[in-house]
Design a protein. Structure first.
Length: 251
């Protein structure tokens, strides 16, 4: 029997979206995981960026138990989350031309690295410019976005393009315009966003693919363990030491 409560409807919507990305994005997930594995095997470094709530999925793959130790957060001051005051400042900064280039020029990113850029709409200047600039530096780019926005909204970048247009691999989160899954006659606006659930799952699927791909090649993936299990801190200490030149959140 279907659960028609708002909570039940939200779970149904989220599960449906997860099933869609599992089935429809299997090849891009494989390609993205392979790209990360190639980067690790070739001595490159891994970075993830997201602005606003998209930063949550980026943070979820950095310094994470069970995750790749080499994934670093590329932080842009003022847009990493909603801790900046006022919170609306982050949204405004996403539209500033030139900001991404300044950030990349002063970051550790270099040719041969890989950068995951997460932007639900993919229309703002910051993620578009970041993808364009990163690729010009020889960095390979994985974009995580809702492709639907490109056909139903206007780009805010001077080029008129979207994040999806400047990536080596694009992962489509399938999130509908507006990022709200539920409606009720008694509530004047749609509500219950699912983009964080879906985007985080997509990226963890990519990380799993990357780890398994490295193992298939006979390369031990540089994984972290939980500090709350016996031996976890010692394990992580060894990983940090071995890869200290490719980890930027530790030193």
């Amino acid at each position: 029997m279907s659960d028609r409560t708002p909570s039940g409807q939200f779970f149904d919507a989220a599960i449906t979206l997860l099933q869609r990305v599992r089935d429809e994005e299997a090849e891009p997930v494989r390609a993205a995981g392979t790209l990360l594995a190639d980067t690790v095997a070739d001595g490159g470094r891994l970075f993830a960026f997201g602005a606003g709530h998209s930063s949550l999925a980026a943070q979820d793959v950095v310094y994470r138990a069970g995750g790749l130790a080499l994934m670093n957060l590329l932080a842009v001051p003022g847009v990493v989350g909603v801790d900046v005051m006022p919170a609306t400042l982050g949204s405004a900064l996403e539209r500033v031309d030139g900001l991404a280039s300044v950030v990349l020029e002063t970051s550790p990113l270099r040719s041969g690295d890989a950068l995951v850029i997460i932007s639900l709409s993919g229309r703002n200047a910051l993620p578009v410019e970041m993808a364009m600039k990163a690729r010009s530096l020889g960095v390979r780019v994985i974009g995580v976005t809702s492709v639907a926005y490109a056909s139903e909204t206007t780009s805010r970048h001077v080029s008129g393009t979207y994040l999806k247009d400047h990536c080596d691999v694009v992962l489509d989160s399938k999130i509908a315009i507006g990022d709200a899954e539920l409606t009720l006659d008694t509530i004047p606006a749609p509500f219950a966003p699912a983009s964080t659930v879906v985007t985080a799952a997509l990226l963890q699927a990519v990380m799993a693919t990357a780890a398994a791909t490295l193992a298939e090649r006979g390369i031990e993936p540089p994984l972290l363990r939980s500090g709350n299990v016996d031996g976890g801190h010692e394990w992580n200490g060894r990983v940090f030491e071995e890869y200290r030149d490719r980890i930027f959140y530790q030193y």
